[in-house]
Design a protein around this ligand. Sequence first.
Ligand code: F6P
Length: 368
Amino acid sequence: MARSIEKISICTGGGDAPGLNAVIQSVVYAATHRGWKVYGLREGYDGILFPERYPDGGMAELDRAKVEGIAHLGGTILGTTNRGNPFKALERAPDGGIAELDRSDTVLETLRRQKIDAHIAVGGEGSLIIALQLYRKGLRVVGVPKTIDNDLQSTTMTFGFSSAVSFATDCIDRLHMTAKAHRRIMVVEVMGRYAGWIALYSGIAGEADAILIPEIPYDIRKVGDHLKRKVSLIQPYAIVVVGEGAKPVGGEITAKSREAGRTERLGGIGEIVARELQVLTGIESRSVVLGHLLRGGSPNATDRILGLSFGAAAVHALEKGHNGVMVALNPPRIDFVPLEEAVRQFKLVPVDGEAILTARALDICFGD
Ligand code: F6P
């Protein structure tokens, strides 16, 4: 029988995604309804590791009044970081350089001292791996999957993805008009890391002529030939959607920067593709990067409902004695899957899946 719960903590980690505040609100409502207290950690675990940085000491009690009316807001009221790994905390070394330290014990001891019985970790792959490591060191923890990239295994969908796809589709709709006015090729680069979900879904919804995703390395000449065939008096322009992790056959991913101890920052492939297509087709081309615009803004109704459902399910999981699990959408249910399983590998676009087949049926080229 699991220990009864009086106090829990919650933190949000990694890149923000629309729907985080809905999770926080739902956790607070569901937990306080059970008579539990909820404490929010600032910016991942930084609130514990660097309390001096925060006016409230890095950890604040969240009651219903504090989370009322936040479900529709983008961002996260707790703040987040994608450099806040307590197992590899970055600290200034005596020689002035930056050193990596394992400060996970500080996190565990602080939570113990504060009499926190269980923790809810909301995040993507990186944050859920940290949650798994803390669980292995004895923390009672439930994870909530978050990422606009939709690249987490074991859950049909993560919140943030739907809002990102909707926004990208709106942008593509706008680009049709300016592309047509100028008879241009417009190349739209979208986020998604090593998975092409955002590019694929927004590209289909936005009636793109070509979609380049990491899962299908492209031959730019095939894309050029396809566009030359499609661009005509009837359709005097073309739209190409490129996932930031797309790469040419036999080529590499385009990264903006690679720093030790950090995940590489992707980006720049859209501009390369636009330049190459202009040379190959003779059609003037421009590129636009949607970048962080995809993460900002309010969650749409789907992401609000998903975030609210995940938050309530996480509290329910703790009440039922689950530990070391992640809540996961498995329509029509929300399941609890072991964190270990959830972070085993990225969920990539299946190249023979339904969405790819639909796109091919619509004469969308993948450059293969
Ligand atoms: O994982 C979410 C994500 O938005 C990716 O799509 C993107 O590559 C990355 O985060 C960008 O991170 P940052 O906020 O550090 O630029």
